[in-house]
Write a new protein. Structure first.
Length: 203
C-alpha cells in the first residue's frame, strides 16, 4: 500500500487486526496515530521515505514486530519506544539525523541486522557487545572517530566507511590498518567471508 500520495496513516488500517505486513514506504506521512496499537499481529512494517520524526508510545504495543524500516525520515533521536520491541530482528534507520543511541537500546538483543548509516552518530555505546545475534552492522557515513572496545563476534558484515576512525579495536581487525585510518581517506567495510577491503577515496 505504498501509493506515494498518502500524507497521513490511513485510519481504516486499524481494523485489520490480523495484518502481518504493511508497506507504506515512499509517502509523506508525518505522524502515526495511537490506533496503530490495534495492529497487534504486525511483524513487518515499512515506513521508509516518509517525513516521520517521532513515534507514539502505543507503538511499543507491537510486540510481534520483527522487521522495521524507518530509513529516509526525519528522526533526530531513536525513539525510546522502539526499545520495547524486543522481538525485533531487523531495524533500518539509515538516512536520518540521529546523533546518539539511547542506553535502553540494549534491550533489543535479538537484533540480527542494524542499519544506521548516513546519520550524525559520534559514538557507539559499549553495550553493542551484548548483541550476540547481530550479523550485520552498518554505521557508515557518520561522525565516528572511534569504536567501542568490542564488537559482537556474531557480526559477519561491518560497514564503517565514511567516518573518521583513527584506529580499530584489536578484536575486529589487523592492527596495521590503524595507520592507514589516520589519513581520513580510507574507507572500510568488513566481511567475514572476504576479509578487510580497502577503498581509497579522493577528496
Amino acid at each position: 500500500m505504498n501509493a506515494g500520495q498518502l500524507t497521513e496513516f490511513p485510519s481504516e488500517l486499524a481494523t485489520l487486526k490480523h495484518l502481518q505486513k504493511l508497506d507504506l514506504a515512499r509517502n509523506t506521512i508525518t505522524s502515526l496515530p495511537s490506533t496503530i496499537s490495534k495492529l497487534a499481529n504486525l511483524r513487518v512494517l515499512c515506513l521508509n521515505d516518509n517525513k516521520l520524526n517521532t513515534l507514539p508510545m502505543e507503538f511499543g504495543s507491537l510486540e510481534l514486530m520483527e522487521s522495521l524500516d524507518l530509513s529516509c525520515n526525519r528522526f533526530q533521536v531513536i525513539p525510546q519506544v522502539l526499545c520495547l520491541l524486543t522481538t525485533l530482528q531487523y531495524l533500518n534507520m539509515s538516512f536520518n539525523q540521529i546523533e546518539s543511541i539511547p542506553a535502553e537500546f540494549v534491550k533489543l538483543k535479538g537484533l540480527q541486522q542494524l542499519k544506521l548509516a548516513r546519520n550524525r552518530l559520534t559514538s557507539i555505546p559499549t553495550t553493542i557487545s551484548q548483541f550476540s545475534f547481530l550479523e550485520l552492522l552498518d554505521i557508515s557515513y557518520n561522525h565516528l572517530v572511534e569504536l567501542p572496545p568490542s564488537i559482537p563476534r556474531s557480526v559477519d558484515d561491518l560497514y564503517l566507511q565514511g567516518n573518521q576512525l583513527q584506529s580499530l579495536p584489536a578484536t575486529i581487525g589487523d592492527c596495521n590498518l590503524a595507520v592507514c585510518l589516520s589519513t581520513h581517506s580510507l574507507s572500510l567495510s568488513l566481511s567475514r567471508s572476504h576479509g578487510w577491503q580497502q577503498y581509497q577515496h579522493s577528496h
